[in-house]
Design a protein around this ligand. Sequence first.
Ligand code: HEM
Length: 532
Amino acid sequence: MSLNKVLPPALLGILSHLIIKRNEPRRLTSNLVLGCLVLPLIVARSTNPRDIVFSYIVLYATWISSVVLYRLSPLHPLARFPGPVLAKVSKLWGVWVSSRGHQHLVLKSLHDKHGPIVRIGPNELSICDSDAVLSVLGAEGLPKGTYYDARQDPTAPRNLIVLRGEEHAQRRKLWNRGMSSESLLEYAEVISKRALQLSEKLEAAGGQVDLAAWIGYFSFDFMGDMAFGGGFEMLRDNGDKEGLWEVMDSFTYAAALVSHVPWGALAIQRLSWVAKPLLALRKFGVDCATKRIKQGATKKDLWYHLTDEAGLEKTRPLVPNVIAEGALAIIAGSDTAATALCALMYLLLTHPESMNRAREEVDSVYPPGSNALDTRLHDQLHFLQACTSEALRLHPPVPTNGPRIVPLGSKGKVIAGQFIPEGTQIYVPPYCLHRDPRYFSPSPDEFIPERWFKEGAADNLAFIPFSYGPANCVGRNLARQEILMVTSLLLQQFDIEIAEKEDFVPSVFEDALHDQFVCSRGKLRVRLSKRS
Ligand code: HEM
């Protein structure tokens, strides 16, 4: 092949890279990508199919080589940060790691090896340093990264988790109202009803049960009640008869992969295994909302606040927006709380001394026959509160969280003592911070609830199971209330131990915690007997 056949597509390949540089396209339909599909045809200057194919091969080979060499070269603005070569080259590394469900463990081992700042994408860093909590997540921090765009259902209105700036602040006002201490009192009634149903069901199931599954049914039913005034009946049906759990799981798994490659999101969202759960989730939201609207306001649930039924805003929120928020509540509030509850039960069951102490405390605060769901006594559950924090520390239900971005045009920002150039996405992973000996000593990997009694422990900036700053978890107080209520009731009502102790391998429970942004769980088989 002559030079004049190689040179035009090769130059075009390099030019395409120079134009994109660090600005990855957000959509496959971007003009540039379309151009690259058509231009090789033009620069081939031939109608011979072989020449045309050759032109395509040369263009893409030079383009890809140019991208790879640049990303690995000292010229790249993140060149000085260590990290796996494949991660520096392509975001497909992130997709691969997420597909295995162990992103949090991979990041932890990278931080153990390389220190507090690791390059985990061509333009991405993971920063395990409490300084980043303030400067990335805090009030003066950074906006959410492009990762979040791919989590958005393209045909539905945007919900709180993907909104930014003023729009986020406005929507958050409604959520804050729905999570005020006055509202939490109302929700305690709803939690009580479902927690008692859980206890009855566990008693009826008797003997050995998969506690993780039952806790899952409880938390989905409760969030359905909260968001739409009812919807799920998994406890009643002894399982997920409508397959909604599977829908939710497929959705979170697909979203966890797609979020790494927003440019592929639109195409991937059209794949049937991604589109089906999205459609099913949307249909579920619309059905529940329609029912809730017909039913009217019977109680002040989350829907009441999100639709501003009290009429406190100048303009009422639109119903489609509220449906999107309701679906978010189910996704953000059910799996997270279920994982936290399961992790707490698992840690108590595998640490008999702590279990005994927690039970003694519950017995003294809620003696037999008294109401273990009375939230006014939560202040007295010092040890159980410490166990809850310790469970959230060791197994944060959102172990990696989504990245923030140093905005383009901002000229960069100093974070954890390092200059980070604009356009860089930054993760501040809770799982890594929570197990860092600089912040949790001694024995950061051990379950030691007593560490929370040390002076200042509650103010530890490195403890971020609910994230931090203006986009932190709006449901954190509700989650803690839910965890304390359910655990108090279970400990008051049942003797619980691990089933088939001799075959029990603790790592199986921990390995089954898959990081799909929110953690999915495996089984937790226990033997239950009603306390006399
Ligand atoms: C133990 C249970 C929970 C944990 C560990 C947890 C954790 C988190 C985390 C880490 C975030 C930040 C996500 C991000 O930065 O992208 C978040 C956001 C959020 N959580 Fe939770 N969450 C829990 C329970 C709940 C509950 C019960 C609700 C109630 C509906 C809820 C609703 C939300 C919402 C709406 C957001 C978005 C907040 C915003 O962007 O302003 N969460 N949660």
